[in-house]
Design a protein around this ligand. Structure first.
Ligand SMILES: C[C@@](CO)(OP(=O)(O)O)[C@H](O)COP(=O)(O)OP(=O)(O)OC[C@H]1O[C@@H](n2ccc(N)nc2=O)[C@H](O)[C@@H]1O
Ligand SMILES: Nc1ncnc2c1ncn2[C@@H]1O[C@H](COP(=O)(O)OP(=O)(O)O)[C@@H](O)[C@H]1O
Length: 255
């Protein structure tokens, strides 16, 4: 059976531009991490119930892959999708740490959607897959598009490729389970200060290296200070030259 790679990402910068209901609008540079990925495949099974094989800390119902299956079924009403998941389990060799700001769950969901589209010849466009994926999580569209580097805005649904070399990262993930909603809420309650349009324009056009060379870790990621406030233990894991990815807990350095 074919093996599909679900890559991790880092946010080389992440700035808040405003609010949208309970969500925050962002401008963020997402970059694929080339040497960190989960491996997904379909594996024949004996019982008809939906099955994910792999080591997860959540239930099947909470798994982003199961959520992606439900959204895809809702959108396509495909009987062949139903049949596929009665006959095959989704096997996941999990390498991306969870609660890490590396988008592991989102990347698995995106990869699963692309696998189904390919295997079942659903003929869904990338745009349609990104729309379905957005219902599973804000990070999913980036992984659907599959760019090496992209400016991601809105709440995650606007994905524009950015032309720059793919960087190599040393990623370090402290064993701290960070809640993304808790970090965003802390930003809203304690640090709310959306960037202006001049800075937005500058960031959108700067390379990741240019941003990392001119911004401190706190400046490059608006969620770093809120994460430090909510999870003070993070502080002792902060090392020189390491930046914070998404809502954490991972730090990364360009190598
Ligand atoms: C912070 C980022 C940066 O890439 O990712 P992670 O660090 O979690 O990987 C994303 O914005 C997270 O994306 P994701 O983890 O997919 O978020 P979702 O599951 O859609 O949303 C979880 C919760 O986070 C908050 N949320 C999420 C995205 C966003 N733009 N604004 C928000 O306020 C909302 O409270 C939402 O209910
Ligand atoms: N396929 C999946 N892989 C990893 N975690 C998942 C998955 N599906 C659901 N989760 C749950 O999502 C949360 C963390 O999501 P994850 O994408 O790994 O982290 P982050 O959003 O910080 O990058 C945890 O509650 C985890 O149990």
């Amino acid at each position: 059976m074919k093996i599909y790679k679900a890559y991790a990402k880092v946010n080389t910068f992440l700035k808040i531009t405003g609010l949208r209901g309970d969500y925050h609008e962002i401008i963020s540079r997402f970059m694929r991490v080339d040497d960190l990925y989960d491996e997904l495949s379909f594996e024949k099974k004996d019982t008809p119930d939906f099955k994910i094989i792999g080591s997860f800390s959540c239930t099947t119902e909470q798994n982003t892959i199961y959520k992606a299956y439900n959204e895809l079924l809702e959108y396509t009403k495909s009987e062949s999708l139903d049949k596929l998941m009665q006959t095959y389990a989704v096997k996941v060799d999990k390498n991306i740490p969870a609660f890490a700001g590396l988008g592991g769950g989102s990347s698995d969901a995106a990869t699963y959607l692309k696998m189904c589209n390919e295997v079942l010849h659903l003929n869904l466009s990338i745009k349609e897959l990104a729309e379905i994926g957005l219902k599973v999580g804000a990070d999913v569209p980036f992984f659907i598009y599959g760019y090496d580097s992209a400016n991601v805005s809105g709440i995650g649904e606007i994905v524009e490729p950015f032309d720059e070399p793919l960087l190599k990262f040393d990623v370090y993930t402290p064993n701290i389970e960070i809640s993304t909603p808790k970090v965003y809420k802390s930003y809203r309650d304690n640090f709310f200060n959306p960037i202006n349009s001049t800075e937005l324009h500058k960031l959108k056009n700067a390379t990741s290296i240019e941003v990392l060379e001119s911004y401190s870790p706190e400046e490059a990621n608006d969620l770093f200070n809120p994460a430090l406030k909510e999870y003070p233990k993070l502080k002792k894991h902060q090392k020189d030259e390491y930046y914070f990815s998404g809502s954490g807990s991972s730090f990364f350095r360009v190598i």
